[in-house]
Design a protein around this ligand. Sequence first.
Ligand code: SIN
Length: 190
Amino acid sequence: MSANTIEHNRSRQSFEGLSSVWLFGYGSLIYKVDFPFLEQRPAQIEGWARRFWQGSHDHRGTAEAPGRVVTLIDQPDARCRGIAYRVSPEVFQHLDVREKNGYLRFTTTMTFTDGSGHAEGLVYIATPDNDAFLGPADEADIARQIAGACGPSGPNAEYLLRLAESLRDLGDHDSHVFALETLLRNPAVD
Ligand code: SIN
């Protein structure tokens, strides 16, 4: 599948008759909120693990030196914490451009971790069949790749560090993200 998903996403869900839609954010959508929202709540989704397995040559890297950003990997016993935003459907015009490098919108059930119940909503996932997918690698190698990449949105390291910080603020312990953070801060610790 082509890494540019803008057209593909436009035809995936119909927003007809909806005044708002829930969006689950688990990566940069947690800490870089460059879109208007009606409300936000901490939330989690079941069966998905956050991994730095998606390549980024348009935001946090270049074609020559791609960075790594997060996507979700299907894993039955996993759960992923993040932030749910209730947005008006027009906001997806902006989000589809922002998430165009391989991410498709999927429907998911999110559980609000403040005890306020569940909702159906959308989440952007870069699946293994997209051209920019990099897949698993040794965490030390992933950390080295992140340390050396920089793109139009800034250093790849900033993406990792801001995500780790936001997950800590949410009370999450994501062992993959925190291990990469430690490796990035202490390059000698292998
Ligand atoms: C997300 O944050 O939910 C999607 C991945 C990203 O934009 O970093």
